[in-house]
Design a protein around this ligand. Sequence first.
Ligand code: SAM
Length: 231
Amino acid sequence: MTYSVSPIGFVRSCFKEKFAIPRQPQLAPAARGVLELVAPFDQGEAVQGLEQVSHVWLLFLFHQALEDKPRLKVRPPRLGGNQSMGVFATRATHRPNGIGQSVVKLDRVEAQRLWISAIDLLDGTPILDIKPYVPYADTIPGAVNGIASAAPLLIPVLWTDHALQQAHDHAQRLDEPLVELIEQCLAQDPRPAYQKPTPEREYGARFWDLDVRWHYPEAGTIRVLEVIPAR
Ligand code: SAM
């Protein structure tokens, strides 16, 4: 049996590519976006009451990871990418039906759009449903997950003077907490765990309309080299 679903909106996000997006929401509070609602949900009625809610669950499609043949086992990056696990034991993007769920902060409610932050969503992500976070039911003291027991360890993020000045200038232009966004995302070390970067090797990712470039001057430390307009 098949069912069809259609998006109730799409996210405009600070994240323009998958690389360097945090692995879960809430890990980068400075990661902001706007959920643009589509008809008939863009008239205000559908979001009436949401202004009383601080966080919402978003159910969405991993639209850039959809596959025809469902995988039964996956290799989560969290386990270094070399250990496989049942797909239902993970939050992997490659999964049956390609459905993701994220609890995000709701900063502002307008008739046609929701302003959201602490997101882990790629630009253009189709949203299937919005549900209010219900603290008494959604917070489970003593809950256990032996695979992902705690947030990823953070590593120090350093800046060249030049890159920090560039980031401050673009933050002002965009009116966004860009320095915080870059620090919060890179501190989680987006590099695949199996890669052992030399200091010469540069990495890059796109945030908003910018290319951010960094390297690892020594193991376990990142230094941001450049924050320049994306080509
Ligand atoms: N919080 C969600 C969940 O648990 O279902 C997503 C977890 S998944 C491990 C997070 C990763 O999904 C991010 O690091 C990003 O690379 C990827 N991602 C986010 N939006 C996506 C999209 N629309 N299509 C494909 N991948 C996406």
